[in-house]
Design a protein around this ligand. Structure first.
Ligand SMILES: [Zn+2]
Length: 229
């Protein structure tokens, strides 16, 4: 992509959001109040704002390789993802946390293949994706001998579950979930078929995403109204 295309893109954005609408005027005056945190992969085909057609200010996004949430580990290391999650929960008081994994994930592929070449080439990547090793063990134990393509797909989904479990190791997230102030979601973007799958916590499966019923939406809004945070 020529660099000039990116600059042209900004000018189009500028026209739409600064000249045609007052979105940024409002966002800069009132500040941001996103209600959802989306944890997504860095993959260039997996842009949450584009996938979810959200407007500026609507979702708070943290992206990293393979959309991984590390376990809660307060120490003197640099925890970029945990810092973003902390700000979203404690600072912005988001109501929903979405882990958005995707098909054909290169990060998960490196994890699946335990890529020795990658381990030699990259200084940080291999250590980062090793957070998903539990997912590997789980898939290989439950479904041994899967063909590589199916194993990759199963791993991509299981890494989302690992991240959801790791979110619950953060005490202030666990507390929010138990009190009903925070809802966790595991979503899988099937970019081959253009579908979004939702993790069913009760069944442990990923299912075609269903829109919430009107009743569910109203109940949820009422809950937020009764318990403003
Ligand atoms: Zn990815």
């Amino acid at each position: 992509m020529p660099f000039s295309k990116l600059v042209k893109g900004f000018h189009l954005f500028q026209h739409k959001y600064f000249r045609e609408s007052g979105v940024y005027q409002e966002l800069t005056t009132k500040g941001q109040q996103p209600e959802a945190l989306v944890i997504a992969c860095c993959d260039s085909r997996n842009d949450p704002a584009l996938l979810l057609q959200s407007k500026p200010g609507e979702i708070f996004v943290v992206r990293n390789v393979a959309a991984i949430v590390p376990p809660y580990q307060p120490d003197d290391h640099y925890h970029g993802t945990s810092a973003a999650i902390e700000f979203a929960v404690k600072g912005l008081k988001v109501k929903d946390i979405i882990v958005l994994g995707h098909a054909m994930c290169g990060g998960v592929q490196a994890l699946a293949e335990k890529d020795k070449t990658a381990a030699a080439r990259f200084e940080f990547l291999t250590q980062w994706i090793s957070i998903g090793e539990k997912a590997c063990e789980k898939v290989d134990l439950a479904q041994p001998g899967l063909p590589p393509e199916q194993r990759q797909c199963a791993l991509e989904k299981e890494v989302i579950v690992t991240s959801l479990n790791n979110l619950m190791t953060f005490p202030w997230i666990r507390e929010g979930v138990e009190q009903g102030a925070i809802t966790l979601h595991g979503w899988y973007f099937d970019m081959v078929n253009g579908k979004l799958l939702d993790y069913n916590f009760a069944g442990g499966t990923f299912e075609a995403f269903k829109s919430p019923s009107a009743e569910e939406v109203i109940t949820r809004r009422r809950r937020r109204y009764d318990d403003p945070k």
